[in-house]
Design a protein. Structure first.
Ligand code: GLN
Length: 279
C-alpha cells in the first residue's frame, strides 16, 4: 500500500519511469484516475494505524502447515485466511507491541530480500537460523526446534539419509532441505518446487524418490497421502526464529521481550498445542 501512495505522490515521475515505481501500466493508470479519492482514504487509514502504533508487516510463505497456511474456514490474526503457529505468534507479538499485524504471503526465498528492502518488518515462516542467513538478517531467540525429515513412498527401499545418495530428491526451493541436500547429494539430484506440497505431489507421481522437508509439514503431508511414510531417521536438526532486517535491534529487542513473555505465560505452548498434538 505504501508503494502505491508513493507512486501517486510522484505521478509525473511514474509516467516517465513506471518500472522505478514497481507498478504495472494498468495498475498505475487505474490508480491515477482515482488518485484524489484513494490518496485521501489511504492517508486517513494510515493516520489511524499510525495512531495505534502502526503496522507490523510479516513476510511468510503460507504453504507450510501447521506454521502458516490458508484455511478458508478460518480468520487469521490479520483478518485474512492465513492461520498457523507463526501467524498466531506474530499476532500475539503485534498485540504486545500495539501494532496491527499484516501478513504478506510470498515465495519462501523472497522473505529475506523483503526484509532487506524494508518492505516487511519480520519474517516468520518456520525459518531456520543458519550461518548464511545470519549474514543477511538478524534472528530473534528461537521458539521451536525442528528436524529435516525424509518422506518416501510406502514401498521404498530408502530407509535413512545414507540411502539417498544417487536418488532424486524433491525439496521446497530455498529451504534448508534444499540447501543441505544440494550440498550432500549434488545439485543434479535435487528437484526444486515452489511449495513443499508440490514436492510431495512429485513423489506421489514417481518423479522423485524422496522429499526432504521440515518434520511438522511432513507429518501433515504424509497424513494426507496413504501411500507415503515418514522415515524415523531424521536428516538434520534445526531451530526456528523470527528474522528482522540486519541491524534493527530496536525491533529485535521488542520481539525477544514479547517472545519471552509468551513463553513464560504459557501462551506460546497454548498456540503450539492448538496445531500440534503431543505424541
Ligand atoms: N525451516 C526451513 C527453512 O528455514 C523451511 C521453512 C519453510 O519452508 N517455510 O529453510
Amino acid at each position: 500500500m505504501k508503494k502505491k501512495v508513493l507512486c501517486l505522490a510522484a505521478a509525473a515521475v511514474c509516467a516517465v519511469s513506471l518500472a522505478a515505481c514497481g507498478g504495472s501500466t494498468a495498475e498505475t493508470t487505474a490508480a491515477a484516475t482515482t488518485a484524489a479519492d484513494t490518496t485521501a482514504a489511504e492517508t486517513e487509514a494510515e493516520a489511524e494505524t499510525e495512531a495505534a502504533g502502526g503496522q507490523l508487516i510479516m513476510a511468510t510463505n503460507a504453504e507450510f502447515p501447521p506454521y502458516e497456511f490458508h484455511d478458508s474456514s478460518k480468520t487469521g490474526p490479520d483478518g485474512s485466511d492465513i492461520v498457523g503457529i507463526d501467524a498466531e505468534i506474530a499476532g500475539a507479538i503485534a498485540e504486545k507491541l500495539g501494532k496491527e499485524l499484516v501478513i504478506e504471503d510470498i515465495a519462501f526465498d523472497s522473505i529475506i530480500p523483503e526484509l532487506q528492502s524494508g518492505k516487511a518488518d519480520i519474517g516468520a515462516a518456520g525459518m531456520t537460523v543458519t550461518e548464511d542467513r545470519l549474514l543477511n538478517v538478524d534472528f530473534s531467540d528461537t521458539y521451536a526446534t525442528a528436524v529435516q525429515a525424509i518422506i518416501v513412498t510406502n514401498d521404498s527401499e530408502i530407509a535413512g539419509p545414507d540411502d539417498l545418495a544417487g536418488k532424486k530428491i524433491g525439496v521446497q526451493q530455498g529451504t534448508t532441505g534444499d540447501i543441505y541436500a544440494s550440498d550432500d547429494f549434488g545439485d543434479e539430484n535435487i528437484d526444486r518446487y515452489p511449495k513443499g506440497v508440490d514436492a510431495v505431489q512429485a513423489l506421489v507421481q514417481g518423479k522423485v524418490d524422496a522429499v526432504i522437508i521440515d518434520n511438522e509439514p511432513a507429518k501433515v503431508f504424509v497424513g494426507d497421502n496413504d501411500n507415503l511414510k515418514l522415515l524415523d531417521a531424521a536428516y538434520a536438526e534445526e531451530e526456528y526464529a523470527i528474522a528482522v532486517k540486519k541491524g534493527n535491534t530496536e525491533l529485535l529487542d521488542q520481539i525477544n521481550a514479547a517472545l519471552k513473555e509468551l513463553k513464560e505465560s504459557g501462551a506460546l505452548d497454548e498456540i503450539v498445542g492448538k496445531y500440534i498434538t503431543a505424541e
